[in-house]
Design a protein around this ligand. Sequence first.
Ligand code: ADP
Length: 184
Amino acid sequence: MTRVLYPGSFDPITKGHMDIIWQASNLFDEVVVAVMQNYSKKISFFSIEERLEMIKYLYRDMSNIKVISGSGATVDVAIQNECKAIIRGLRSLSDYDYEVTMQEINREISNNMINTICLFADTKYQSVSSSMVKELFNLDKDIIRYVEPTIKEKMLIKKRRTRFLRPLSLQNRKIIYRKLLRLL
Ligand code: ADP
């Protein structure tokens, strides 16, 4: 059985990521999607637990797609989960440059145990990234072309909640105080 690891931040998972998962699941027996704790990206939209839950929900009917969370070196997560290789998605030359370096390092630190396999992004999703989705979403633009409806829904819920938690303006504070006074 050939099991491969697809690591990423998936904050949030896009249709571009899902296309790579689909391609990999057609090539290998099992795909392990690993939501990795990425220390360089300090500010995240969703917590690791939220991302894990959403991706698990998307693949709830796919027995050959497993979803886990991971931290530390990707090669260690791959070895712990008995994966033969790491899957990465290529959208552009800048992705390629980054992946060439990463695969070299990963091969070296795993003593040639873990190889990297790059799959090409679908032309439809070549310019799609999680950051671009978040940017559009913050500008109140529709993101349905880039994410599944359940992900968009979760993003809207999160936005409503954080809006509620944001410090109130003086005007809003006055309105709330007035309402509270009326209740007393
Ligand atoms: P990273 O972990 O590199 O910060 P992501 O978590 O967004 O980035 O992506 C995980 C993997 O998925 C990377 O290999 C990335 O190149 C790839 N990927 C991201 N978006 C797309 C897309 N639209 N199409 C194909 N591959 C993608």
